[in-house]
Design a binder for this molecule. Structure first.
Ligand SMILES: [Zn+2]
Length: 333
C-alpha cells in the first residue's frame, strides 16, 4: 500500500476510533466498487468523506487532486488552472433561455471539466472575473457524470469559486491557433456549441443511405420524385464518418461539398455510379477505401438528440499538411 494512502487510512482510523484494518478494508472495497476508475488515494478520500472527515491533501490549498475526483461527490474542493474556456453559449429549452460555459481545469495530476450555468456564466465569465491561465479554487462543488462518463464539476447551490491560497505551478496546454482562438482540439474535449478542428483516423463510415433530395427553388426536403410546389428536385449527398484521435471518437457529418471532397467524387457521379441509389457496392467500396486515413476537419459540435451524443457538423476538410502538423507538434511540446 502506498505511503500516502496508509497515512490517510491512519488518520481516518484515529479520528473515528475504528480499527486500521477495517478502514483499509473499506478503502479497498471502495476502490473495487469504482472498477479501477479511481486510485486507492481517491478511494481513501471518498471513505473519509463518508465518515464525515475533511482530509487535507498534500497538494496544498486543502484540495482534492483532480485525478481523485469522481462523480457522485457532493462537496468537492479542488484547485485548478484554467486551461481553456468553451462558450459561453446560449440555448433555449421549454423553460426558457439559458447560458452555459465549459472550462477545463488542470492540476499536476490531471484535468476536469467545470461547467458554469446562467448567472454563474454572467458573474464569472462575462464580468471577466476569471480567464484562461488563472488558478481558481472551487469549494463545495458537486461532481456529476458528463455524457461521456467523465466526472464534471459544477457549483450548484453551495459551490463557490475562490482565489486559491497559492497559484498552481502547472503547464497548461494552450490550443490556440485558429482565428476563434480554439484551434485544434482533442475529441474528448469537444463540447456542444463549440467550433473546433480535429485530426484523427477514419474508423467507420455509414454509407448505406448517402443521398437525400431537396428542392433547388424552395430548398425544402423532397420525399417523392420532385417538389410538389415547384416541380424541381436536386440530389444531395451526406456522409456520417466516425473519427478517432486516441482521446475519443466522434461522428462527423459531411454534407454536400464536404461529402464530395471527402470521397473525391461529385454527387452526380456518385448518383450514376449507384444507379440512383440502388446499387451501393461500388460506392461502399469507395467509402471503405477511406478507412484508416488520417483527416483534419473543422466544424461545429452539436448535440444529436436522437443518439444522445455530440456530433461534428463539418465546415471544412483540410488536407493533412505534414509541415504544418510538425509545426503544431513542436508548439505543443
Ligand atoms: Zn420547391
Amino acid at each position: 500500500m502506498k505511503e500516502d494512502v496508509k497515512k490517510l487510512a491512519e488518520k481516518i482510523s484515529e479520528e473515528r476510533g475504528t480499527d486500521l484494518d477495517k478502514v483499509i478494508k473499506k478503502i479497498e472495497e471502495k476502490e473495487k466498487e469504482y472498477n479501477g476508475l479511481i486510485s486507492m488515494e481517491g478511494a481513501a478520500h471518498i471513505v473519509a468523506k463518508e465518515e464525515g472527515l475533511e482530509l487535507m491533501d498534500k497538494g496544498g490549498n486543502g484540495s482534492l487532486e483532480i485525478k481523485n475526483v469522481v462523480s457522485g461527490m457532493n462537496s468537492a474542493t479542488i484547485t485548478g488552472k484554467i486551461e481553456n474556456i468553451y462558450g459561453p453559449r446560449e440555448f433555449e429549452t421549454d423553460d426558457g433561455k439559458g447560458k452555459v460555459a465549459n472550462l477545463i481545469l488542470r492540476d499536476q495530476t490531471g484535468k476536469i471539466r467545470f461547467s458554469l450555468w446562467n448567472k454563474e456564466v454572467e458573474a464569472l465569465i462575462e464580468e471577466e472575473r476569471i480567464g484562461i491561465g488563472d488558478t481558481i479554487k472551487i469549494e463545495n462543488g458537486y461532481v456529476k457524470e458528463d455524457n461521456r462518463g467523465q466526472p464534471e464539476i459544477r457549483l450548484g447551490r453551495s459551490g463557490k469559486v475562490k482565489e486559491p491560497e497559492e497559484e498552481l505551478d502547472v503547464e497548461i496546454q494552450s490550443s490556440e491557433s485558429g482565428s476563434d482562438g480554439q484551434g485544434r482540439v482533442k475529441i474528448r474535449d469537444l463540447v456542444p456549441g463549440q467550433n473546433g478542428e480535429i485530426r484523427g483516423t477514419v474508423v467507420n463510415i455509414f454509407s448505406k443511405k448517402p443521398f437525400y433530395k431537396t428542392c433547388p427553388e424552395c430548398e425544402e426536403r423532397v420525399e417523392g420524385d420532385e417538389c410538389e410546389e415547384c416541380g424541381e428536385v436536386k440530389i444531395n449527398m451526406a456522409l456520417s464518418v466516425v473519427v478517432d484521435d486516441g482521446s475519443g471518437s466522434i461522428r462527423c457529418v459531411f454534407f454536400r461539398d464536404q461529402a464530395e471532397k471527402f470521397l473525391g467524387i461529385e454527387t452526380d457521379e456518385a448518383w450514376e455510379m449507384t444507379e440512383c441509389g440502388e446499387k451501393m457496392e461500388e460506392f461502399t467500396g469507395r467509402c471503405d477505401e477511406m478507412l484508416g486515413d488520417e483527416i483534419v476537419v473543422e466544424g461545429r459540435v452539436k448535440m444529436n438528440d436522437f443518439f444522445g451524443m455530440p456530433e461534428l457538423l463539418v465546415n471544412s476538410m483540410k488536407d493533412v499538411d505534414i509541415k504544418e502538423e510538425i509545426q503544431k507538434k513542436l508548439e505543443t511540446v
